[in-house]
Design a protein around this ligand. Structure first.
Ligand SMILES: Cc1cc2nc3c(=O)[nH]c(=O)nc-3n(C[C@H](O)[C@H](O)[C@H](O)COP(=O)(O)OP(=O)(O)OC[C@H]3O[C@@H](n4cnc5c(N)ncnc54)[C@H](O)[C@@H]3O)c2cc1C
Length: 388
């Protein structure tokens, strides 16, 4: 079989792969994106969809840089969602235009300090009573509104997939072989002779790096989470309950209404500390946290389930938790490996990829090969919605 010649092959159709595809195609590169399962079938559809503007980072004194990076990325999303600059995301479903952040007495000074910082001033203010659901009201509680939009991640994937016209192909990669200045990607759907291969497979980058004879631990790391999905909540809520003892949200809650039933998706410290709990223990811990946060609200009739998923991130030279996207070029193998770190930072990751590709090859401006609609992958469902 003759290999199809393209400028760039992207492996992985989550938010990173699809945003990179748009950026490269927009610059005139012919691009084929390969997805082995469903679009976003990893972290993207499991994410809470919060376009962080750095508020939660700013609670930690070391994280000012992360706050500024998140703010910059969120601005790119604003423009794309307004349909003015970047991929047309004007049809992305906005679940909430802002989030709430609340704390119980002790942390007030820390929050106030963060709010006073330059990055946050325009995005944080006291929530007015109409914005605070009755089940959240509590004596001594301070509730802020933060200008962080929450999006439906599946709608993001749909918009990105439609934002440019290169082929999206369901395929399993069998090998990736560097050949002089090009890279041969062999799959069950054919062979691709590419000027560059961009690995955007999230956790799946481990397997691809192994195919290339690399040790994944050298390039990437995972942080396991044990999220909780609860259905039967009394109303929609998007917010962070900020813990007194740490600078992290004790609970981060996002919501969806499906067939009239309100689902809460619970992350934050609960999901991090719950990694070593089994399902029953994690559900018990979630109920206890909800009880502490919303005294008097009964969860007896709610239905709970848990979702185990890892955040997959790039590893920087110091092996620290990255606060910006990691885009690593493995020159000798002709591949670029990408971990956006956060949904919100996908545009910055795509910009980094475009810079690296442009340093290696000029856009051919040729039309990529076409594939039939039957080869196009479907969209994954959020794990809290799909059947166990
Ligand atoms: C529980 C959770 C909550 C989060 N909440 C937020 C949030 O609120 N805000 C935020 O900004 N970030 C959030 N994040 C982080 C964010 O979701 C991720 O940084 C981002 O989605 C990563 O995108 P990705 O495209 O790199 O990877 P993924 O979304 O994992 O996509 C990888 C894709 O590659 C495909 N793939 C895998 N292996 C192969 C292979 N061998 N060949 C071909 N295709 C392959 C997969 O099927 C998948 O489609 C959250 C993450 C988690 C886990």
């Amino acid at each position: 079989m003759t290999a199809l010649r393209v400028d760039v092959v992207i492996v992985g159709g989550g938010v990173a792969g699809l945003w990179c595809r748009w950026a490269l195609a927009n610059a005139g590169y012919s691009v084929v994106l390969l997805e082995h399962s469903k679009f976003g079938d990893g972290q993207t559809v499991a994410s809470q969809g919060i376009l962080h503007r750095g508020v939660k980072y700013a609670l930690s004194s070391e994280a000012a840089r992360a706050a500024a990076a998140a703010e910059e990325s969120a601005r790119v999303w604003d423009e794309a969602m307004a349909g003015t600059v970047g991929p047309d995301l004007s049809r992305v479903e906005v679940a909430a235009k802002s989030m709430l952040m609340w704390t119980d007495a002790g942390l007030l000074s820390k929050l106030t300090g963060a709010i006073a910082s330059k990055v946050l001033t325009s995005h944080v203010g006291p929530a007015n009573s109409a914005e605070i659901p009755s089940f959240l009201e509590r004596r001594g509680r301070t509730v802020y509104r933060i200008g962080e939009t929450v999006v439906n991640p599946v709608s993001v994937l749909r918009c990105l997939a439609e934002a440019s016209s290169g082929p999206l192909v369901r395929a399993t990669v069998r090998s990736i072989t560097p050949l002089a200045s090009r890279t041969m990607v062999t799959t069950d759907a054919g062979e691709f002779d590419a000027g560059a291969a961009v690995l955007c497979s999230g956790a799946g980058n481990a397997e691809l790096l192994r195919l290339l004879g690399q040790q994944p631990e050298h390039w990437m790391q995972r942080r396991d989470l044990h999220m909780v999905a609860a259905s039967g909540a009394p109303g929609m809520l998007f917010g962070h309950w900020v813990a007194a003892a740490t600078d992290k949200p004790r609970l981060s809650i996002t919501s969806a209404r499906v067939d009239g039933v309100v689902h809460w998706y619970l992350g934050g410290a609960l999901a991090e500390s719950g990694v070593n709990r089994d399902v029953d223990e994690q559900i018990a811990a979630a109920k206890s946290e909800l009880d502490m946060c919303f005294p008097g609200m009964s969860t007896d009739a709610w239905q709970f389930r848990t979702v185990r998923i890892a955040r997959t991130e790039g590893r920087d030279a110091a092996g620290k938790r990255p606060d910006s996207p990691v885009v690593r070029s493995i020159e000798s193998l002709g591949v670029i490996a990408v971990w956006p770190t956060k949904l919100v930072m996908a545009p910055a990751a795509a910009e980094g990829v475009l810079r690296l590709v442009a340093s290696r090859l000029s856009p051919s401006k040729s039309t990529p090969p076409s594939f039939g609609p039957s080869s196009r992958p479907d969209y994954a469902l959020p794990p809290w919605l799909s059947r166990p």
